[in-house]
Design a protein around this ligand. Structure first.
Ligand code: NDP
Ligand code: 2IT
Length: 474
């Protein structure tokens, strides 16, 4: 009993969770959060990723709940952990052999307290309700941190774009939107991209939305530049992560110049991180895919960064292609965290950096771990980083520049203008600095300086909870 939340509550207190006396004390202190965690665990025990995300948030906000009974009196947590709505549907499409294929489609409209639902769309074989609920839940607080009026949502399908033809992807996207168009709109829910969904897929989704609804509006972000998209949206997530990293490094009187950097993934987010980190003088020495990772001691730069785009969706040996092209070492079926680095940016997928990876990074002298993906680090690895004095930044703070730029796309569309790249970049810089400030202020206020997990979770939670309380019993 009480295994999930208890373990983390105790490590939060830096006390031995096996000691029963402390256990009883902690339970008394964190009763409300613990209660919610355990009823949730009883309700959806199989949704492990979702439980992991909720657990992390509840551990961070425990001191806030303890200080103010308001949140319990208004049943904020009970409401927060259940999505306002889940849309689940069948997606039927035909492949290039004219065979009928069927996938599951979803949209989790999690929380609209501070604005219309907003969040990405993931097309990946691993997608299920647990992963989309964890992503939608994280999105609530991430979006709140951006300072823009956006609620939290996430959608997707267990359709894998890898190895599919353009025609197959188009037919799938059109079919997916045939169902979804009823439930989205600029003031309702505004999907965007995520794993497996980039500019091409947003184009197909937008085309279908426009035809089905008879409307041309901002129902999707990540659009092409000639049809309402924003400058820098493709780069924004990665650039924002690096801007956040600069803010973090500054607090330690350091900067990116000459830093050795390990990156995982090789998709949109990894690409933006590599581009900006390299521009600012860092040397990125790894990239990874499901097939393994490449080690490029000279650094991923110039044409090698452009090559990352051609590696996507090629079907097999995606990252190995890089080693074939540039003659660097390819390490199959391993993660990049065994390579010595100053900063690690996990940019691929959830739980791709576990306790053993964390040990390897610490052993090799890594000082900063800045998440690019959503929840790529397991909870025990996060605890180890904190215990070892490594600065760790959760994705909901560091990767918020992607949805932040989506928010800027909405602002531009609603006002009928389009900003140049410099203006968007200035806004992105401002958003990331503001989030950094929120994180360090909240962390310090609650006695956890340098703890960006606590800072981000408290900062995001306070804003959403205030709105939920203001709105009454809805
Ligand atoms: P992409 O589809 O562009 O890239 C994801 C990459 O990770 C792919 O290259 C994928 O390869 C690879 N990958 C999948 N599983 C693994 C694995 N186990 N180990 C290593 N690589 C793996 O997606 P994004 O770059 O957009 O998304 C990456 C992460 O960033 C996700 O967690 C996403 O939620 C998050 N994110 C994305 C934002 C955005 O704006 N796009 C914004 C904020 C966060 P393959 O295709 O072969 O599986
Ligand atoms: O995880 C994320 O923040 C995204 N995939 C981007 C969401 C968005 O609406 O731009």
């Amino acid at each position: 009993m009480l295994d999930i939340i208890s373990k983390d509550v105790y490590s939060l207190e830096e006390e031995n969770f096996l000691n029963n006396k402390i256990k009883i004390k902690a339970l008394k202190e964190y009763g409300y959060a613990d209660q919610i965690m355990h009823s949730l665990k009883a309700m959806v025990p199989w949704e492990r990723e979702f439980l992991q995300a909720v657990n992390e948030l509840l551990n961070s906000i425990a001191p806030v709940l303890k200080q103010d009974p308001l949140y319990e009196n208004f049943q904020v947590l009970e409401r927060l952990v259940i999505p306002e709505r889940i849309i689940s549907f069948r997606v039927v499409w035909t492949d290039d052999q004219n065979k009928i294929r069927v996938n599951n489609g979803y949209r989790v409209q999690f929380n609209s307290a501070i604005g219309p639902y907003k969040g990405g769309t993931r097309f990946h074989a691993s997608v299920n309700l647990s992963s989309l609920k964890f992503l939608g839940f994280e999105q609530i607080f991430k979006n709140a941190l951006t300072g823009l009026p956006m609620g939290g949502g996430k959608g997707g399908s267990d359709f894998s774009v890898t190895g599919k033809s353009r025609g197959e992807i188009m037919r799938f996207c059109h079919s997916y939107m045939t169902e979804l168009f009823r439930y989205i709109g600029p003031d309702i829910d505004v999907p965007a991209g995520d794993i497996g969904v980039g500019a091409q897929e947003i184009g197909f989704l937008f085309g279908a939305y426009k035809r089905l609804s008879g409307r041309w509006n901002c129902s999707l972000t990540g659009k092409g530049l000639s049809w309402g998209g924003s400058q820098l949206r493709p780069e924004a997530t990665g650039y924002g992560i690096v801007y956040f990293a600069e803010n973090v490094l500054q607090t330690k009187n350091e900067n990116l110049e000459g830093k050795k950097v390990a990156v995982s993934g090789f998709g949109n987010v990894a690409w933006g991180v590599v581009k900006k980190a390299t521009e600012l003088g860092a040397r990125v020495v790894t990239l990874s895919g499901p097939d393994g990772f490449i080690h490029d001691p000279d650094g991923v730069s110039g044409e090698k960064i452009d090559f990352m785009k051609t590696m996507r969706f090629s079907g097999i040996d995606e990252v190995k292609q890089y080693s074939d092209q540039f003659g660097v070492e390819f390490i199959p079926n391993k993660r990049p965290w065994i390579i010595p680095c100053d900063i690690a940016f996990p940019c691929a997928i959830q739980n791709e950096l576990d306790l053993d990876d964390a040990k390897a990074l610490i052993r090799n002298g890594c000082k900063f771990v800045i998440e690019g993906a959503n929840m790529p680090t397991t909870l025990d690895a996060v605890h180890l980083f904190h215990d070892a004095g490594i600065i760790f930044v959760p994705g909901k703070a560091s990767n918020a520049g992607g949805v932040g730029a989506s928010g800027l796309e909405i602002v531009q569309n609603k006002n009928g203008f389009s900003w140049d790249a410099q203006k968007v970049d200035d806004q992105l810089h401002r958003i990331m600095s503001d989030i950094h400030e929120i994180c360090i202020t909240a962390a310090e206020k609650y006695g956890r300086p340098d703890n960006y997990v606590v800072g981000a979770n408290i900062g995001g939670f306070l804003k959403v909870a205030e709105a939920m309380i203001d709105h009454g019993a809805v």
